[in-house]
Design a protein around this ligand. Sequence first.
Ligand code: DHB
Ligand code: MG
Length: 238
Amino acid sequence: MYSLVCRSPAAVVGMAISNNSFVYESAEQWRTVDDYFVETLVREDEPLRTARLTSAESTMPRAEVAPNQGALLALLARLAGARRVLEIGTLTGYSTIWLARAAEHVTTLEFAPENAAIARRNFAAAGVADRIDLIVGHALDSLATLDGPYDLVFIDADKPSNPAYLAESLRLTRPGSVIVLDNVVRNGAVVDPASDDDRVTGVRRFLEMVRDDPRLEATAVQTVGSKGWDGFALALVR
Ligand code: DHB
Ligand code: MG
């Protein structure tokens, strides 16, 4: 079913490793392997699937997390023993549902009313509406109204505001809380210190703030697969 090594030259973007037959796979193979992992391990029921697919009707089609990333968020919440979760950037609620099923309560912030309307339907269908507060508006305005501590924060909204979201996340967490930032790769542009793309500078400034803050222990990980090349940063509040 799943071809593990595709030898079509055009598809091979990497090179042979040492003397075995393993090659860095093509983007197509990364997708195939992701699909295999998702089909094998990720339990995505119909309401979750609908929440994921309805992102196509949102202001940002396909900006939702991949199924295995949704499962990772849920696992992180469970590993952290998270009860209260804060999500910045709801879209149509796919990651929100994963988090709500892993924790007791999620506060989720969405800028676009049309996305929020879809998300509310998805929450009801998933049976988690009573555990989610969805606040529509500018996230920085909404954040100012919140009190912590939250046990896990997932930041996945407008990228230029990442530094401000981190500052608010630190105000709203406690030692032991987890902070996750989505979309740290920016198609590789994250390495460019001269970038004038405010989404890139938003990620870079976030990472520098994390580096310089003794309260945070962190890493960042690149991902491949069904959503293409991207990655996330993960931080623990000490
Ligand atoms: C974009 C934003 C996201 O949060 C994401 O996961 C993927 C793409 C975007 O801005 O295009
Ligand atoms: Mg994202």
